[in-house]
Design a protein around this ligand. Sequence first.
Ligand code: GLA
Length: 395
Amino acid sequence: MNTSNLIKEFKNIFQTNQSPRSFFAPGRINLIGEHTDYNGGHVFPASISFGTYALGRKRGDRTLRFYSKNFPEAGVIECELDNLAYDEKHDWANYPKGMLKIVKEAGYEFEEGLDLLFYGNIPNGAGLSSSASIELAAGVALEGLFDLNIARLEMVQFGQKVENSYIGVNSGIMDQFAIGMGKKDHAMLLNCQTLAYEYAPIVLEDHAIIIMNTNKQRTLTGSKYNERRQQCETALAELQIKLSISSLGDLTPEEFELNQSLISQDINRKRAKHAVYENARTLKALEKLRAGDLFSFGELMNESHLSLQQDYEVTGLELDTVVQAAWEQNGVIGARMTGAGFGGCAIAIVEKEQVEAFQQKVGDIYRRAIGYDADFYIASIHDGAKEIKIEEVLK
Ligand code: GLA
């Protein structure tokens, strides 16, 4: 598929001669700092070249029409500007609809309907944030088409609000932040408590970041995500009986060890332990990266995976198999799951010269153990969500 086809398709589907404007929101990987965002800790994500394209035009009436090339069987989904409530029948279109609703509720005015066509090349359910990507794609399209001038951080928070109060997933701010604020060849260290952030260049020279997709799909809503969050909140409440902290991110590992007996249930203690240690690891990882010590960075990635496996228990057979296989290969600096877990993707930092052998060998081990293929992609780190020129679509 090329650009002119996509425009033709837009015109066909929405029966218009008007050319649309084009927008793009990336997906994201997280280098380290997993399940720390909603615990008031740090994360270290980057936005990637896979993402969601949105083509849109204003219609002149009050009707909204959505179409996704990824879900052609759902057809054109239609609703009115005056009724943006969640509707199960609207399926995937609830994500852009939710974004429109939250932006409107925040006081931004747009009194005209839209035609919006989406096309995403992020593998579905792979833990690379296809949902946050579609939210932000809708957000920047809306902003562009109506000249709304939304502060970027506010837009990011709108996206999180869609997940939390519209879709019903209690996720943190990481995904929308990474996608809204991404910068080419940089990762972002974000303090999820204060939203203070800094960019760090990712210069890997003779190494590449490989994304390993287990092809084990997961959906956040149906998963144990909300349960993990709840367990951490229970642990925090018990710690707060003695400590004046506002999140687990306020604790150093030493303080945690001194006070962990305040947490009454073993399982909640393990969850909290991960959150505290992972936060410390994330800060240390940035230090190592800044010092050019990629090997120590890789070791911290490995420790992160083990903690997510043993204490947070969000990895599972597929992620453990692919990460274990990655650890065994030549030229591998580090590997870990990325995103929420329970399936989806892992990442590895691999010597460029070894990439081909790496994919072959890890692929073989995975197929033999799991019975189906894993997919591999080289991650390239791109800018965050924005309007693009029509020629850039699918370049
Ligand atoms: C999902 C959520 C994020 C974050 C990660 C785990 O991607 O959307 O907010 O909690 O899981 O780090």
